[in-house]
Structures are given as structure tokens and as C-alpha cells.
Design a protein around this ligand. Structure first.
Ligand SMILES: [Zn+2]
Length: 261
């Protein structure tokens, strides 16, 4: 597979960002849900400054990072690129050890000889789409966090290239890097005025060339039912079973909510 001139920059950035633990948390009373997301936010802020991005600003309360690639041509409308810094809480994110498998042959991949962890196209058939390419992997004990750090690596590399080449004509490009996407926070704390673009793309997930232009609201609620525990000898008419409350609550919900088939 032919490598683009950006190959090494994107690869090295992804590996560098993957090593920073930015796992978010489903249960948390802080903003962002984990303070360690700031570790990557500071790193990216300094990197944006170093490559010469404009209006670099980190919201030190909300952990949202902003930057801009100024226009090199008149008349262009601003557009934005949004990526997220956190990784999913479903698998460990600390001590990520990324490595590169060059020219993947389509077979099983031994991620970890010591622990016997193998990634197989039998389990992940989409691996077959990447035969002949280089894969960035982990040792199987953590997430890589390519979601969404691969996109961050691509955005940073694009920004660096455009800032180095003002002869390439383009309008203003607004950049935002957000926390807590994996736990429902995507652009919740994005300051749209500061962001400065009326249209934007979220670069996240899925395969090359895939594009979504609509979505549905997948917000969630957590409902806690508390019963009343009473000694059974005197409980009649007083004890309340939390399961009964939950069943009553569910029965009150309209049964014809749209089903996404
Ligand atoms: Zn994502």
C-alpha cells in the first residue's frame, strides 16, 4: 500500500496521543468526568500553539480546546472540525503500549504472547479491509483509543500542513477538541460563539469515506428506585418493593416509542 506524505506524522501523533490516558467515566460528579483528560488537552494546546494555529484557547473549566487555521483566501465560509479527546470506559485506558504491524497479511494477530491475546478476523471480519496496510495496535490489555485519537492526529496534521503552506487557498477552519464524548457529552460544553463556525464535521468512528448527515437523540437517563425495607413480621402494607416501583414506572412509558429498525 502506498503511503501518503502524511503517513509518518499521523502515525507518530496517534501513537503519542494514545499513550496519554484520557478515559472518561460514566459515573462522576466532576466536569470533565475525569481530570486526566486535561493531560491531552494541555499537550494539544501546546502543540497547536507550536504549529502556529490562531486563537488557541483551552477552557480550563470545561476542558474544551479551541484553535483556528486562518483563511488564506477571501470569501470562504468558516467550517469546523470537532474531535473528542476521551476514550471509552469499557476497557482499560492506562499504560497503553501502541505498536505498528506493517503490511498486514490478513491473518490472526498476536497482540500479546505472554497473555495469549490474539485478534482474529474471525472475530473482527473488518480486519480484512486492511490487508496490505499498516495497523496500529495495542498489547491487548488496553484500548488503543484510535476512537477518536486517530481523528485528532489527522486534524493536527492537516492544520500543520495548511499553516505551513499559506499558498493553499482556503477559508477559516475552526477546530474544537472536546471531552466526555464516550459518556454522552459530545459537544455539550462547546461554546459556539468561540468556535466560530456555523457548519462543522465531527470526525469520529467508522471507515474511510463513510459519512453521516443525520442522527437521532440517543441521550439516556438513570432512574433509581428505592423501596422501603421493613421487618417482615410487621411489613404488611408498609414494605415497598423497589421492583414493583420499577415495573409501575415502566408501565407508564408509552409502548409505541419509535423503534430504530
Ligand atoms: Zn468516538
Amino acid at each position: 500500500m502506498e503511503r501518503t506524505i502524511f503517513y509518518e506524522q499521523v502515525r507518530d501523533r496517534l501513537i503519542r496521543y494514545a499513550r496519554v490516558d484520557t478515559q472518561s467515566a460514566r459515573v462522576s460528579d466532576t466536569v470533565p468526568t475525569t481530570k486526566k483528560q486535561f493531560d491531552l488537552a494541555y499537550l494539544l494546546r501546546d502543540e497547536l500553539t507550536a504549529i502556529g494555529a490562531a486563537d488557541v484557547w483551552l477552557d480550563e473549566e470545561k476542558c474544551v480546546l479551541y484553535g483556528r487555521v486562518p483563511a488564506t483566501a477571501a470569501g470562504g465560509m468558516a467550517f469546523g472540525l470537532v474531535t473528542h479527546m476521551d476514550t471509552a470506559p469499557d476497557a482499560p485506558g492506562a499504560n497503553c503500549r501502541p505498536w505498528v504491524l506493517e503490511n498486514y497479511d490478513g491473518g490472526d494477530i498476536l497482540l500479546n504472547g505472554e497473555k495469549g491475546i490474539v485478534m482474529s478476523p474471525r472475530e473482527f471480519p473488518n480486519l480484512k479491509n486492511y490487508v496490505g496496510q499498516d495497523l496500529i495496535l495495542t498489547d491487548g490489555t488496553t484500548l488503543l483509543g484510535g476512537d477518536d485519537k486517530a481523528a485528532i492526529a489527522a486534524v493536527m496534521t492537516m492544520a500543520e500542513h495548511l499553516l505551513k503552506h499559506p499558498e493553499l487557498p482556503h477559508g477559516p477552519i475552526a477546530l474544537a477538541f472536546t471531552p466526555d464524548e464516550e459518556v454522552g457529552g459530545l459537544a455539550r460544553d462547546l461554546d459556539l460563539d468561540r468556535f466560530g463556525a456555523k457548519v462543522a464535521y465531527t470526525l469520529d468512528g467508522d471507515y474511510l469515506g463513510y459519512y453521516e448527515d443525520e442522527t437521532f437523540n440517543a441521550s439516556h437517563a438513570t432512574v433509581l428506585f428505592r423501596g422501603r425495607s421493613v421487618h417482615t413480621g410487621t411489613a404488611k402494607g408498609i414494605m415497598v418493593n423497589a421492583g414493583d416501583l420499577a415495573a409501575e414506572f415502566v408501565s407508564l412509558l408509552p409502548p409505541s416509542w419509535p423503534r430504530w429498525t
